[in-house]
Design a protein around this ligand. Structure first.
Ligand code: DGY
Length: 319
């Protein structure tokens, strides 16, 4: 019987389908990741791994996992998996695209609004008992409506963010490897060079996946070119940002604020320098975290494993 190892505790109902036909082992904790030793031990006789973005699935894992046929990652991103090595070992890799587009766009826009209008600061202000009187510029933030939004990475999630921006009458710019003609027609988005985008945008929203080319692409030179009033939002991967450069840019007033759902080395703790700054709104990587969407992601990952182990094409292979 084929064996599946699931690297985090998932609801029994969500994995029932796999248990009917396969032997399923699951790391028994929801709130801390599988240890590296356990991952490797379990991978040794596993035919399938259902992994989270917290696991690095690299040469060492693939070499030990002699029976492995599929790695189903519970995320649209797959930068935690070495695709070249997977290919060399003839292992299929799958992700969970599309089912999370709208939910991640909701969170990205919520983060943009929260950062622009200083909502977390305002919440703390009341809770800390500081509200003595109304005053004209108390916690005054930046407008969102009618401003210029620049989206770097105009995939499906980027387009879902742009769709939300149309409701705020924003001027939408985007930069992407390829033109998205449909988004241009339907959302009124304009394709611009990366340089034009960062110099002209009031909000720079990073939606690009982490690859060798995008690693640290938001560096000191990029932040220096942005407007002093610019707000930087990142809900893709922390690795695309040079965090020290972002810290300096915020500290020196080269940009105004940042809303961050992702960090280079997650999880960060309260000592992270970016958290010192009032103009940073930080979230613990919750882009796709609605119950409905997470269930759909699990369902898709489960479906991918079921299909591969039954000799069929997966629903969402990573190429
Ligand atoms: C993804 O799917 O890649 C997200 O970052 C997880 O929410």
């Amino acid at each position: 019987m084929s064996k599946i190892f699931i690297t985090r505790q998932l609801p029994e109902t969500a994995i029932a389908k796999l248990k009917d036909s396969f032997e399923v082992e699951m790391w028994p904790y929801e709130d801390h990741p599988v240890t590296r030793e356990e991952l490797i031990k379990q991978a040794e006789d596993a035919d399938a791994l259902l992994t989270m973005l917290t696991e690095t699935v690299d040469e060492e894992v693939f070499q030990k996992a002699k029976r492995l046929k599929v790695v189903a990652n519970l995320a649209v991103g797959f930068d935690n998996i070495d695709l070249e090595v997977a290919k060399k070992h003839d292992v299929t890799v799958t992700n969970t695209p599309d089912v999370l587009n709208e939910t991640t766009a909701d969170l990205t826009f919520a983060l943009l609004l929260a950062t622009a209008r200083r909502i977390p600061e305002a919440v703390d202000y009341i809770k800390d008992n500081k509200w003595n009187t109304w005053s004209p510029f108390l916690l005054a933030g930046s407008d969102v409506h009618h401003k210029t939004l620049g989206i770097v990475g105009m995939g499906n999630i980027g387009q879902a963010v742009a769709k939300r921006a149309t409701g705020f009458n924003m001027n939408i710019l985007y930069h992407n490897r390829s033109r998205k003609k449909q988004a241009e027609v339907e959302l009124g988005a304009s394709y611009v060079s990366f340089d034009e985008l960062i110099t002209q945008s009031d909000f720079v929203v990073c939606m690009t996946p982490l690859t060798d080319e995008t690693k640290d692409m938001f560096d000191e030179h990029v932040f220096q070119k942005m407007k002093k009033s610019a707000i930087f939002i990142n809900s893709s991967r922390g690795g695309v940002v040079d965090e020290e450069a972002l810290y300096q840019a915020l500290k020196n007033g080269e940009i105004k604020a940042a809303g961050l759902d992702v960090f280079k080395n997650e999880p960060i703790n309260h000592e992270h320098p970016l958290l010192e700054l009032d103009q940073v709104v930080a979230l613990p990587h919750i882009g796709s975290a609605s119950v409905d969407t997470r269930m759909k992601m699990v369902e898709l990952a489960v479906g991918n494993i079921d299909r591969v182990l039954n000799g069929r094409e997966p629903l969402s292979p990573v190429h």
